[in-house]
Design a protein around this ligand. Structure first.
Ligand code: NDP
Length: 466
């Protein structure tokens, strides 16, 4: 009773100073008003605020210093024109961005996305999520994200090179090994990182760890390519272990067929699971016999070398079927790993997964489940790991790449594999610390949001109002 009246009085005092903090709805309305036309950013902030509001209720310093309001406002958004020439000699104009969300606990860190759907709002949501994810890893990295509406699909290597060089001609002014360290994301793999790093080196005459995901020949780290998909699978395994289970014999449905999806499929298979689907933006393949390492290697080759479509899988592997314009969530499974893109798993898909007996969902992609779907999983009390926790293995190994670059050394694969497992175990433990709801249920979304927020928020308190 005393606690409640103290909290009400406190919220009343805050209401006089800051109307945004009156209640959750008021806060979210304020975010909407300040960020028009950016629904993904509002969605990401709302998901975090739903958990953080309760947590900060009785913590006066966070209110007084307006920490939540400040974390939800990027430190800066850099927007720039990117001109390049295609193979036919036409001048093409794209837009590029770098969103530097928060560097309270380390240099800005987060990937670069090249996809026609990219907008400033997409990158603001990703940079916001990245801030909490990076904090969860326990490594000293702030949150950022960048990208362009450039579409690498169907472009020649030379066109991609010219675009990457032009993109870096502006970006290089804003990044640096101790300032902001970008990496890959959708549409940005080893080829694009190589072109961008080459141009950065040429412009600055410096060889520093300014990008991660580099080739092994020029400062890259072993297991960086595998780390996100492997990490999401380790997180899944950790959740199953809390129920005395593992992946042996479990049927897994995976979306996407890029870096994260193929490495999640590989690790699930290594741990005894049976992966029956992969997808791309045109549809999904269903392989009831399950994917072997040989089949997964074929998909890697298809996507990274031939740059083909997942529909080609059915010609190579009889017994499988292709489903155009469909997502894989209707295929019955024990576990699901959405590894393609944001909002690819909606409320109705979540209900279908639960109805079909899915026990655990580990998000390899960033915010693949929409808010309704998150609520469905929470209400059903299934094991549900949000991307900011489950897919943090990639940025964690990027952090290890930064350390190796600074020290000018290369760690051995076994050492890195061990560190990745340790880091994913640590993230799982941090989520459990703040997410336990009693009755054996852990709300991993809440746990991840609070643990990530607390670390960044406490650093911000130390700095005063900056
Ligand atoms: P890739 O570019 O390697 O692969 C992306 C995959 O998702 C492709 O199969 C692609 O299909 C599919 N996809 C992209 N857009 C859509 C869409 N609108 N609808 C359906 N499918 C789509 O990217 P990554 O594997 O690196 O990234 C996948 C997700 O994981 C993203 O959310 C990313 O932010 C997240 N992530 C990645 C990390 C990394 O280390 N790479 C780290 C942490 C998170 P298509 O070929 O048709 O475009």
């Amino acid at each position: 009773m005393r606690a409640a009246s103290r909290s009400n009085r406190f919220m009343g005092e805050c209401a006089m100073a800051v109307s945004d903090h009156v209640d959750l709805n008021g806060f979210v309305e304020g975010v909407k008003k300040r960020n028009p036309g950016q629904p993904e950013f509002v969605q990401a902030v709302q998901e975090v605020a739903e958990d953080i509001f309760d947590f900060i209720q009785d913590k006066e310093a966070y209110h007084r210093e307006q920490i939540l309001r400040r974390i939800a406002e990027p430190d800066r958004v850099i927007s720039f024109r990117v001109c390049w020439e295609d193979d036919a000699g036409n001048i093409r104009v794209q837009r590029g961005w770098r969103v530097q969300n928060n560097n309270s606990i380390g240099p800005y860190k987060g990937g670069i996305r090249f996809h026609p759907s990219v907008t400033e709002g997409t990158l603001k949501f990703l940079a916001f999520e990245q801030t909490f994810k990076n904090a969860l890893t326990g490594l000293p990295m702030g949150g950022g994200k960048g990208g362009s509406n450039f579409n690498p699909k169907g472009k020649s290597d030379r066109e991609v090179m010219r675009f990457c060089q032009s993109f870096m001609n502006e970006l290089y002014r804003h990044i640096g090994a101790d300032i902001d360290v970008p990496a890959g994301d959708i549409g940005v793999g080893a080829r694009e990182i190589g072109y961008m790093f080459g141009q950065y080196k040429r412009l600055t005459n410096e060889f520093t760890g300014v990008l991660t995901g580099k080739g092994l020949e020029y400062g890259g780290s072993l297991i960086r390519t595998e780390a996100t998909g492997y990490g999401a699978t380790y997180f899944l395994l950790n959740m199953l272990k809390t129920k005395g289970e593992d992946l042996q014999g479990k049927v897994a449905v995976i979306s996407g067929s890029g870096n994260v999806a193929t490495h999640a499929a590989e690790k699930v298979t290594m741990l005894g699971g049976k992966v029956v689907t992969l997808s791309d933006s045109d549809g999904f393949v269903h392989d009831p016999a399950g994917m072997t390492q040989e089949k997964i290697n074929w998909v890697k080759q298809l996507k990274n070398v031939r740059r083909g479509r997942i529909s080609e899988y059915v010609d190579a592997f009889p017994g499988s079927s292709y489903h155009a314009d469909k997502t894989p969530w209707g295929v019955p499974c024990d576990v699901a790993l959405p590894c393609a893109t944001q909002n690819e798993l909606l409320g109705a898909d979540a209900r279908l997964l639960v109805a079909n007996g899915c026990k655990a969902v580990s998000e390899g992609a960033n915010m693949p489940t929409d808010l309704e779907g998150v609520h469905v999983f929470k209400d059903a009390r299934i094991l549900f790991a949000p991307g900011k926790a489950a897919n943090a293995g990639g940025v964690a190994v990027s952090g290890l790449e930064m350390s190796q670059n600074s020290a000018r050394i290369s760690w051995k694969e076994e050492e890195l594999q061990r560190l990745l497992i340790d880091i994913m175990d640590g993230i799982h433990a941090r989520c459990m610390e703040y997410g336990q709801q009693g009755g054996g249920y852990c709300d991993y979304v809440k746990g991840a949001n609070i643990a990530g927020f607390k670390k960044v928020a406490d650093a911000m308190l130390a700095y005063g109002v900056v």
